[in-house]
Design a protein around this ligand. Structure first.
Ligand code: ASP
Length: 420
């Protein structure tokens, strides 16, 4: 039996959380092969800021921001009494020096390569702290450098996994005799240059390790009691989905639920590896099980609410049908402007899409579309999806809005709404 744990940024955000992580590991040690950890709290966002300063040539601010980030880590290090552990200090300081030297040297390398290199330190630092802390507490483990074992091709920022190469490296580096503590989110290409798996990619890293090691289970520890049927930020009453199928999890994620990183399910489904989501605050709760079994998929309606979307309706200028060629051209334009489509609907004369785009790109997108099409659009519309709707009513805060588009399938009801 081999299992993989993944702890996100919130579960390692302070000394107390890391002590809690240790207790969780202590009570669940049997069969534990790999612990995948994200960067502490919002470190990746902060390192993205460092990257922005670095890219704009403001080396001074980039170094200053980096030092602030390192100081935050030092507070946790002191809280865990690691500050006098010489081996740890050597390891941690070599990582911080590496980044400070990289920023200081200001080498001219590809922008995306530079981004991945800078943001990778969040996970390198957090895992260094956790690995040494667990060892100091008697939980024998090895710090595993994910850059050496997860191999990717293509983009630096959203690398595509080379499964064969990764599998070989992971099998060689992990053992059942010792827990490996490793980084989520980061990897490397065939030239051993750092790459990343896309923001929030640590869930996916856990799935990669599980796939390569033929594990039985992946456990993602979160600050909620399991997978919820709605985002508590918007909905007063939420329920935990106690068990859903891989298929349902993929559907929910496609519909926009921030369930787990969208790439995570496929490798797990392919090898029938169960995924459990549990609360690191209430570890005795059973959480959510995602597996082959779909008996409960339709039991509880799920709400996926996406505010601040754009609805664009496109028709031909000469009253001809909107055909495949048009749609293919339109999608090419969406893709080159970074428009992410969340819903689409077409009729003979018009094609409507609801999605999001960076606000500064919207006018460019509309201008390009207008070269060949008639275009109408609404900004700041809401998209609400109800999965397994049965007789479910929309929540109160949406009932006063005007429905400007609706779509209904057997399991899913979707509305685009605008303020009345
Ligand atoms: N630290 C990365 C991020 O914040 C990856 C992750 O946490 O999943 O996006």
């Amino acid at each position: 039996m081999s299992k993989i744990f993944k702890f996100g940024g919130a579960s390692v955000k302070s000394t107390e959380e890391i002590i809690n992580l240790k207790n969780i590991v202590l009570t669940n040690e049997i069969g534990l092969s790999v612990i995948v950890v994200s960067a502490i709290d919002k470190t990746t966002n902060k390192l993205e800021e460092v990257y922005k300063y670095f890219k704009s040539g403001d080396q001074k601010s980039a170094l200053q921001k980096t030092r602030i980030c390192i100081d935050t880590h030092y507070k946790i290090i002191e809280g865990l009494s690691l500050e006098n552990n010489n081996q740890f200090k050597k390891h941690f300081n070599s990582l911080t020096d590496e980044l400070l030297n990289f920023i200081g040297a200001n080498k001219k390398i590809d922008k995306e390569q530079c981004y991945s290199k800078i943001v990778s330190y969040g996970e390198l630092w957090s895992t260094s702290i956790i690995s040494y802390y667990l060892n100091a507490e008697g939980i024998n483990n090895q710090w595993l450098d994910a850059r050496k074992v997860i191999k990717t091709t293509g983009s630096f920022v959203e690398g595509k996994v080379n499964w064969q190469a990764s599998s070989k490296q992971i099998k060689n580096s992990c053992s059942n005799d010792i827990i490996s503590v490793t980084q989520g989110f980061i990897a490397s290409n065939s030239n051993n240059e750092v790459t990343t798996l896309g923001r929030e990619g640590s869930d996916f890293s856990a799935a990669i390790f599980a796939w390569c090691l033929d594990s039985q289970e992946v456990l993602i520890w979160k600050d909620v009691d399991g997978l919820l049927n709605a985002d508590p930020k918007w909905f007063k009453q939420t329920e935990v989905l106690s068990s859903i199928s891989f298929k349902e999890a993929v559907e929910l994620s496609y519909l926009g639920a921030s369930v787990i990183h969208p790439n995570t399910i496929k490798p797990l489904q392919n090898k029938n590896i169960n995924l459990r989501i549990k609360s690191f605050l209430n570890p005795s709760l059973s959480g959510t099980l995602i597996s082959e079994i779909g008996d409960n998929d339709g039991q509880i309606p799920s709400f996926i609410y996406k505010p601040n979307q754009i609805l664009i309706s496109i028709s031909t200028k000469d009253y001809s049908y909107v055909f495949e060629e048009h749609i293919s051209e339109i999608f090419g334009i969406f893709s080159s402007h970074g428009f992410k489509v969340h819903l689409m609907q077409n009729s003979a004369l018009s094609f409507s899409v609801c999605g999001i785009i960076n606000s500064h790109e919207l006018s460019n997108l509309i201008n390009v579309l207008q070269e060949n099409y008639k275009v109408r659009f609404n900004e700041k519309v809401d998209l609400i999806t109800v999965r397994h709707y049965n007789n479910t009513k929309l929540p109160d805060f949406l009932t006063s809005k005007e429905v400007i588009l609706s779509q209904k399938t057997r399991n899913t009801l979707r509305f685009v709404l605008k303020d009345d």
